[in-house]
Design a protein around this ligand. Structure first.
Ligand SMILES: *[C@@H]1O[C@H](CO)[C@@H](O)[C@H](O)[C@H]1NC(C)=O
Ligand SMILES: *[C@@H]1O[C@H](CO)[C@@H](O)[C@H](O)[C@H]1NC(C)=O
Ligand SMILES: *[C@@H]1O[C@H](CO)[C@@H](O)[C@H](O)[C@H]1NC(C)=O
Length: 580
């Protein structure tokens, strides 16, 4: 302030003097700083980087100089906030100096103080609202989960409970859950943040035994965050598959006379179930083969399915049979299936030809009469043989291996018919002896022989004797003498007999010398069980034995069974006549 001080005297003219007084008012610190607002509000996204300016506060101080020099400070703040913000003392700008996490704290209320140079203070409040940023991914956790689910659970069964959490708020914390495609499971929302994991279809352990299920949770923030969790589920076995045989049926081929215990074939079945539910055990189903239990024919190894013969088979008894093999698993209850095993027995040449006519060697009274007038090619007799084997093994061929007069008789290789080879002449010996061998065609072949005695004569009276026509090489001469002697003695006796029988011969002039296809076979010469003459006079085949009466023109396998027609009375006549 400038004051003008005037001094006046009392004279006249009055005189005065003036002086200017400069008054300088010195400032006193009488003003405290004053904030422009009582409360400052700011908002700040979380995770703002360090040094981000938040807000600037300002206060004015009316004083001058030091008295008006305002400095700012943050007021007393709790420890946990201490390092989050700072204020610049001079400018009043608040900046970020620490980590700001919305999920930790969503707002701050900070007192600020302004102070002038001499210490006058005033206060204001800064409120900082933190805004959420989508910085937390949802978390998926498993509340419960079945260790394993039986494969037969019905669709819709709950197998686990899932919980999802997102720490963010609002949309950032809104979570959607999903499951990967291609698995028979889905998530069903239950109470807040919880989901049930349920099956949507039938499970089959044999197809898929383990599932890795990935559950993905995504929030609705922008950008969205997601996380996923994989849970492992195993499917427990149920015995739902019966064993299945590799083949629809099995065949085994075995030659007869096999060793008991020999391996015939093996069966195998698969069961995809687990452990004992898929362990297959084989057994024979009870049954009968030809009236005997199957177990007396075959046995099966329960573990391996290998089938063994228990006994030796005989093709001549049966050629094939069928059994059932069962495969059962060890589940409870067990499942099973069965398969047929056909066993085919093949023939081995184990039967030699059986000569039906003439009867086997030693029976000397089988003698044929050959008329002296027989021409070359006349049928004289026939060797009949059968073979119990079949096929080639029963294909018989006939051969004369020894004969009194090699040029006189011939035998049909396949027919067994004995024919004269040339006309009979007077010089031919009356007694002819043939040894015929019958051979089958097996490998190796088996054979049988028989002797046939032929007497060239028209008249039984000429028959010297019939008992001893045995063929003998070394003794043939001696034998001849003996025969002559015997014949001489016998002739007398026979003549006597012939007279007695004369009447009968007169009545029955019918020649019965030629075999004409049908052959008289007295039942006494037939081997037991092979054939029998029954009351009707028919030779009936028993036991299904096929007589292989081969003829030259037949093919090897052609066989025919036939009853041989016999006039029973005539047959006995022949025997009787010859015997006497
Ligand atoms: C599931 O995951 C495990 C290991 O994580 C793995 O060994 C297995 O093979 C997976 N199974 C499937 C079916 O993918
Ligand atoms: C076999 O199946 C039965 C049900 O049929 C089940 O209870 C059992 O656990 C299964 N065994 C194995 C070894 O999986
Ligand atoms: C064998 O199994 C079939 C079904 O696969 C069944 O029909 C048949 O009765 C069974 N046979 C025996 C002898 O058990």
């Amino acid at each position: 302030m400038n004051l003008l001080l005037t001094a006046l005297d009392g004279g006249s003219p009055q005189r005065s003097g003036t002086v200017v007084i400069h008054v300088t008012v010195v400032d006193a610190n009488d003003n405290a700083p004053v904030f422009s607002r009582a409360v400052y509000k700011a908002s700040l996204p979380e995770n703002s980087p360090l040094d981000t300016p938040v807000i600037k506060v300002s206060a004015t101080d009316a004083d001058e100089g030091v008295n008006g020099d305002v400095t700012y400070d943050l007021g007393h703040i709790s420890d946990d906030n201490m390092n989050v913000f700072t204020i610049e003392h001079k400018t009043g700008e608040i900046r970020v100096t620490g980590v700001i996490d919305f999920e930790d704290r969503s707002s701050f209320e900070i007192p600020v103080q302004a102070k002038d140079g001499l210490g006058l203070k005033s206060y204001a409040k800064v409120t900082i609202e933190i805004t959420d940023i989508n910085d937390n991914a949802p978390a998926v956790s498993l509340e419960s989960l079945s260790n394993s689910i039986p494969e037969n659970v019905s669709p819709g069964t709950e197998v686990g409970i899932i919980n999802v959490q997102d720490r963010d708020s609002e949309n950032n914390g809104q979570v959607r859950c999903s499951i990967q495609h291609g698995v028979p499971f889905k998530l069903v929302p239950s109470i807040k943040n919880y989901y049930s994991l349920v099956t949507t279809g039938q499970l089959d352990r044999e197809l898929v035994s383990d599932y890795n299920i990935t559950i993905t949770a995504t929030d609705e923030g922008s950008p969205p965050l997601s996380s996923s969790k994989t849970v492992q589920l195993s499917v427990a076995d149920i015995n739902d598959n019966p064993p299945v045989f590799d083949e629809q049926s099995y065949s085994a081929y075995v030659s007869e006379n096999n060793k008991p215990g020999s391996t015939l074939c093996s069966v195998s079945a698969r069961d995809p179930d687990w452990r004992q539910n898929g362990t297959v055990v084989y057994s024979l189903l009870a049954g009968e083969v030809n009236g005997a239990p199957v177990s007396s024919y075959l046995s099966v190894n329960g573990d391996t399915g290998v089938i063994h013969a228990v006994r030796s088979f005989d093709y001549e008894q049966f050629r094939s049979f069928k059994v059932y093999v069962m495969a059962r698993d060890n589940g409870s209850p067990p499942l099973s299936s069965n398969v047929t095993v056909s066993v085919f027995i093949s023939d081995v040449n184990d039967n030699s030809p059986q000569i039906l006519y003439p009867s086997p060697e030693g029976n000397s009274f089988m003698t044929e009469l050959v008329p002296k007038a027989a021409h070359g090619g006349s049928l004289v007799s026939k060797v009949i043989a059968v073979d119990a084997d079949s096929g080639q093994n029963a294909w018989l061929s006939y051969q004369i291996v020894k004969s009194t007069d090699p040029g006189l008789f011939t035998i049909g290789v396949h027919s067994g018919e004995i024919r004269t080879q040339r006309d009979i002449s007077e010089s031919d010996s009356m007694k002819q002896n043939l040894v015929v061998a019958v051979k089958d065609n097996g490998q190796p072949s088996l054979s049988a022989t028989c002797s046939m005695y032929l007497l060239i004569s028209d008249n039984l009276a000429e028959v010297p004797e019939l008992k001893d026509l045995s063929y003998s090489d070394s003794n043939s001469k001696l034998t001849s003498y003996l025969i002559i002697a015997l014949v001489s003695v016998s002739t007398f006796f026979l003549t006597f007999i012939i007279i007695i029988l004369g009447l009968r011969f007169c009545r029955r002039r019918k020649p019965r010398l030629m075999f004409d296809g049908a052959v008289a076979i007295p039942s006494g010469y037939l081997p037991p069980n092979y054939a029998d003459v029954d009351g009707t006079g028919t030779l009936r085949s028993t036991y299904n034995y096929d007589a292989y009466l081969t003829t030259g023109s037949r093919t090897s396998d052609f066989k025919f069974t036939r009853g041989l027609i016999i006039d029973k009375e005539e047959a006995w006549q022949v025997i009787f006549n010859r015997f006497i």
